[in-house]
Design a protein around this ligand. Sequence first.
Ligand code: IVH
Length: 688
Amino acid sequence: MGVPEAAAARAAWLRSEIERHNHAYYVLDFPLVPDAEFDALFRELQSLEAANPELLTADSPTQRVGGKPLPAFAPVRHVVPMLSIRTETDTGPDGAIAFDARVRRLLTLADDAPPVAYAAELKFDGLAISLRYVDGLLVQAATRGDGETGEDVTQNIRTIRQIPLRLNGEAPPVLEVRGEVFMSRPDFERYNARQRGLGKPTLVNPRNGAAGSVRQLDPKLAAERPLSFYAYGLGETQGWQRPASHSETLDALAAFRLPVCAHHVVAFGPSELVAFHQQILAQRDRLPFDIDGVVYKVNAVAEQERLGFVSREPRWAVAHKYPAEEALTVVEAIDVQVGRTGAITPVARLKPVFVGGVTVTNATLHNEDEARRKDVRIGDTVVVRRAGDVIPEVVSVVFDRRPSRDLFGGEPLHPPFALPDFCPECGSTVVRGEDEAIARCSGGLVCPAQRKQALIHFAGRRAMDIEGLGEKLVDQLVAAGLVHTPADLYRLSVETLAGLERMGEKSAANLISAIDASRQTSLNRFIFALGIRNVGEATARDLARHFGDLDGLMAADVYALQSVPDVGPVVAASIVEFFAEAHNREVIAGLRAAGVQWPVGQPVVAAVQPLVGKTLVLTGTLPTLKRDDAKARIEAAGGKVAGSVSRKTDYLVAGDEAGSKLDKAYELGVAVIDEAELLKLLVKGVEE
Ligand code: IVH
């Protein structure tokens, strides 16, 4: 007995509906329906297929994970070889300029010929994959291998939900798509956190994670590893009119619902390539995945064909690198540092290593638990990461290279790291609260490290802005016993200063006048200068605006404090603790007595709801806010969050990989803003 027609039709509909939701969820990052609704569709299809096995098709979304472990991967011969790209190692503008000059010379373009059009995109740091679609159906996925022959990793690739099992729309008889499989940073962190929780091995970095997962023989294990994919090119095609340019090819791939990274542009001439290189570098740390550079491709296929290949590399493409963000080096010692608030931070002293564009000699180990979890020891070879302006950190230990007491890899030479019991700066006991990750020196301002750091912070450009009062001078002032608290600064005289080493009459006079000038300040600078834990510049500004003067702030309890935008329970508690400390009140009184003053403003009476009456829609991945947080904040500010863009929408908040909502907003002329602008709106409201 055949399958009822209605059941077959229902199964087909469910399959396409589930794939449409997968695309919305995994590629556009914009779920169309609640998870429960999706699950219901999925379960319905599963039971339909169970009841009617004839309905089961290879492209069914229920078949993404399955199959038995393989003894080995079968070889796959690439009809069109998978090439590599020449790398421009000069990480400055010259990399792009040299490539353009080469292209122009090879195309024999006259000096006054117009600039060459390039497709500029990201160089993903993962594993190259070729996907073969026959009549729109994913039939094979293969690794690059040596470029001629790769490995059949279809089972594992099918588990990547971003990759369609069936192409959308009118698909050609044969279409091979080339792209990169990678693991996003958040997925990598989440995976490792879970593994750690289970006491299982963690991944060294996202790249290894991706490569290892794709080449995992057990597809069930591969399915547990969260992978992503971006398409960036073509292999063999049959019966398809290929687009005339690379950028149009990417558009065509996206129309088949293959994931294509949003960060690509058509750039004209070397200056636009350089601009792209710099622009992406500035965003690099905010991308949710690792890149090791950008790729430039001559856009017109006709020109690509004229340029051809040398050995295994096309002459029409080049990778323009960025400085590596990770490097290997050796730990020479582990010290602890005492911060301004007494926080004790273990720091690895490293054999100097060039990473992220600078030479790094120290890397933070964050706190005791982290240092122990990573089990970093003296003599270890470690992976150091420095991304952008972020403080360099030790990512992991290469345990194979740990020095041991004997030749047979027995006892490690050095014991595990332990925090000292006493502060290395002042000898006070080191304490660690029960639920706290951070250990602190209990010495307070008795501890010279805390005193010095507090003074340096107080004098800083963004705080009281006392020019000339740097680290060295603070060291001297503290060592000579001249300054214990910030208030003491205002009692210094030219004579006492001139008595210090390397301090002439002239610089002493300059410093005194800088200290004098700082008496006239603003409330927000003053609050920031106090160095209250968890109160940065932005919070200080919010507090100043809210309370208008210091007395209200000093008297506020944790509840009053939490009516200030962005102040939560943790920040509120830090503020209350700070002002509860008699010593801190004395310092403040001393500063006021010394003539430190600021213009007083009006306190804010009621909590303002700057977004009342406004409707916002969210799309794509925001750089810092999770979708739920963004929604909660908008609602707390009186705004409404809608699921789709319409004429009634006031703002579309768009993040990375914004989908069709963005097109719709442009079409309707709805204002599109990014996360930074949203945060401003939440504080200031809409200026009308
Ligand atoms: S195009 C004909 N585009 O870099 C050019 N490759 O050495 C073929 N890669 O193995 C590659 N991002 O794994 C291309 N946007 C991108 C890329 C990219 C990363 C990798 C790819 C390839 C290697 C090139």
